[in-house]
Design a protein around this ligand. Sequence first.
Ligand SMILES: CC(C)(COP(=O)(O)OP(=O)(O)OC[C@H]1O[C@@H](n2cnc3c(N)ncnc32)[C@H](O)[C@@H]1OP(=O)(O)O)[C@@H](O)C(=O)NCCC(=O)NCCS
Length: 150
Amino acid sequence: MHKRTDFVIRKMTCQDIPALLEVETDVFTTTWSEQAFLDEYNNPLTTYLLICEQQQVIGYAGFWLVVDEAQITNVAVKQNWQGLGLGRELMQALIKEARKQKAQSISLEVRASNLVAQNLYTSLGFQEVGIRPGYYLDNQENALLMQLII
Ligand SMILES: CC(C)(COP(=O)(O)OP(=O)(O)OC[C@H]1O[C@@H](n2cnc3c(N)ncnc32)[C@H](O)[C@@H]1OP(=O)(O)O)[C@@H](O)C(=O)NCCC(=O)NCCS
């Protein structure tokens, strides 16, 4: 476990893709590919924010702006850095960025079993607005659909 020190939150560049792949491998069993990150980077609807400590990328979060809704695609903080408040800082910065881009709401899907992420989203004001049965293909788990009006 790391100690929390100084960190910065900034937008993604295409040079960040190798570091984002490292975050993916550290955090998820099913990971996005290099091409997937490149596609996200080249999509004009997307915004990705990274949280970094001394040049090292330790987490990221992003959304697609679809009309006036920011649809969160992913949120991840490397395992050794979890529980230090960085996921919250990242989400708060993402919400601020969605407001800046004139989104009226933010939505996301989260695994029904992922109570840590659900706690984070609820504490930021997100509410459960629906269920997508069998949404996750790896284990047919349900997704909770959560939304924040901003
Ligand atoms: C979900 C995730 C991004 C949270 O990031 P984090 O930096 O660990 O979270 P924070 O330290 O900012 O904590 C934020 C809130 O999350 C919840 N939380 C964090 N750790 C928790 C734990 N072990 N148990 C229960 N709730 C927890 C709490 O509500 C906490 O707020 P509090 O500290 O005021 O109680 C991170 O755990 C992660 O990357 N998980 C794996 C990937 C993932 O599940 N992504 C979400 C996909 S929808």
